[in-house]
Design a protein around this ligand. Structure first.
Ligand code: PNW
Length: 460
């Protein structure tokens, strides 16, 4: 049964997404403790222009205005994240009531506007106090995370049913601990593996805690799988490079979370780094706790080949565990302002793959593109490239549904231009433009187009 020009299922959920550190600002207000992103972005060279999330979109002080914007766009749902250091400034211990009150007001405002709140517990702002105690490198973090989940779900679980444990554990492990691009900025292949495992352990430990505090909960995790392509006429070595890249990007999470095991051969491929003793008895049972749906964030595919004998590897894929002989291939143009390939076809493929791996309903919890947007003479923001990207990727979602993938919703990344991590405020992903000097919000052409698509789908 379809009802829209896009042939998406009835009841398909249209939303937009943000993350706490990227939009809230107010980093020292109402008892919030520092996070690893406050620390990381304060170090010159770690972010573009030395940008930090200190003010960001000042969303902390603009909830009514921003929710009104969502209502005007006709959004069905809003995906936001809760800042752990607002709830527990030291990461553990006594909850900080003013921090809880902020999300309490946000949720009430959303519900009053008829918008479904979809909450993520961890979108990268680990309390610095926990980083100082080993952060994601220590197994202890699983208990800290579950205790934090209990506080948040205990406070909001009477009104919020959609709970996501982690946003993109690949970024919190490999990108942060092996590639050094995100906080805490470590460059260690083994740390990527350990933190990935501990993130999953934290996820699995929190799942029953969420259910206990919210029996109606729909519990999920958001991954960022990427379709891996090899060269045109691959050699055996190229195919092995594709397999290894796919394992370290996708299988390392799909395996433990949905199949209760690391991908076949993966622990052998990383045997030069670890004997695998970081996997304790029972861990994989904990990690594979049943979920209700899967969130998929996908922006671009990955292209790799085998590095030839005696050749210097291309790109930084070779830094990832098990990928020492893997080289990156050039992305296919046209690229976005991030330098990311646009491939709706790969988006369809990874959605179908994700649906098969998890056997659950899937939500696209993030998808979007960055462009060099400016406010035009007419006071509008004309972003034809983002309009085209949005249309093409929604069409790809519809194709995935036609092919049998149970995709139930799509969240545009992002509601607002915001603090794009290491890229600071240089990269704009919003369907709404933010003038950071004045905090004026202007709906871009893509925001209008999204509103039109949503209205059309709902027959409004
Ligand atoms: C996601 N990569 O991050 C995040 O969930 C958002 O917070 C972020 O703003 C958005 O995508 C756009 O970047 C990613 O390098 C960051 O592979 C980097 C990568 C993937 C996702």
């Amino acid at each position: 049964m379809t009802s829209s020009a896009l042939s998406l299922p009835d009841g398909f959920l249209f939303g937009a997404a943000t993350a706490s550190y990227q939009i809230e600002g107010a980093v020292t207000e109402d008892g919030r403790g520092p996070s690893i992103w406050d620390t990381f972005s304060a170090v010159p060279g770690n972010t573009a222009n030395g940008d930090t999330g200190e003010v960001a979109c000042d969303h902390y002080h603009r909830v009514p205005e921003d929710v009104a914007l969502m209502r005007d766009l006709g959004l069905d749902a809003y995906r936001f994240s809760v800042a752990w250091p607002r709830i527990l400034p030291q990461g553990v211990g006594t909850p900080n009531q003013p921090g809880i009150d902020f999300y309490d007001r946000l949720v009430d405002e959303l519900l009053a506007a008829g918008i479904r709140p979809v909450a993520t517990l961890y979108h990268w702002d680990l309390p610095q106090a926990l980083e100082d105690r080993g952060g994601w490198r220590t197994r202890e973090v699983a208990g800290w995370f579950a205790d934090y989940a209990a506080v948040v779900v205990g406070a909001l679980g009477d009104r919020v049913r959609n709970w996501t444990t982690l946003n993109e554990p690949w970024c919190s492990s490999m990108l942060s601990h092996t590639l050094g691009a995100h906080a805490p900025g470590h460059r260690d292949p083994l740390e990527g593996l350990l933190t990935a495992h501990h993130l999953m352990l934290a996820h699995g430990t929190a799942v029953p805690v969420i259910r206990e505090h919210c029996p109606e909960a729909e519990v999920s995790v958001t991954l960022n799988p990427s379709q891996v392509h090899g060269p045109q006429d691959p050699t055996e070595a190229d195919l092995d490079a594709v397999r290894r890249a796919d394992n370290v990007l996708n299988g390392v999470f799909f395996g433990p979370i949905f199949h209760g095991a690391y991908p076949e051969g993966f622990l052998d491929d990383v045997a030069h780094l670890t004997d695998g003793s970081f996997v304790h008895d029972g861990d994989l049972d904990t990690i594979s706790a049943p979920l209700d749906n899967l969130g998929v964030n996908n922006y671009f595919p990955t292209r790799v080949r085998a590095t030839a004998d005696g050749e210097e590897p291309e790109g930084d894929t070779h830094l990832l565990p098990g990928c020492e002989r893997v080289s990156a291939l050039e992305p296919h143009p046209p690229l976005t302002a991030m330098g990311w390939e646009q491939s709706p076809e790969s988006h369809r493929m990874i959605l179908e793959r994700s649906a098969r791996e998890c056997g659950l309903p899937v939500y696209v919890t993030e998808n979007g593109s960055a462009w060099d947007d400016t406010v035009a003479e007419d006071g509008q923001v004309h972003d034809p490239e983002r309009v085209a990207y949005l249309r093409a990727h929604l069409a790809a979602v519809a194709d995935a549904v036609d092919a049998g993938a149970d995709v139930r919703g799509y969240f545009a990344w992002s509601l607002l231009d915001n603090f794009e991590w290491a890229y600071g405020y240089d990269k704009r992903f919003g369907i709404v433009h933010v003038d950071y000097a004045t905090q004026v919000r202007t709906v871009k052409d893509s925001g209008r187009e999204y509103a039109r698509i949503i209205a059309e789908h709902h027959g409004r």
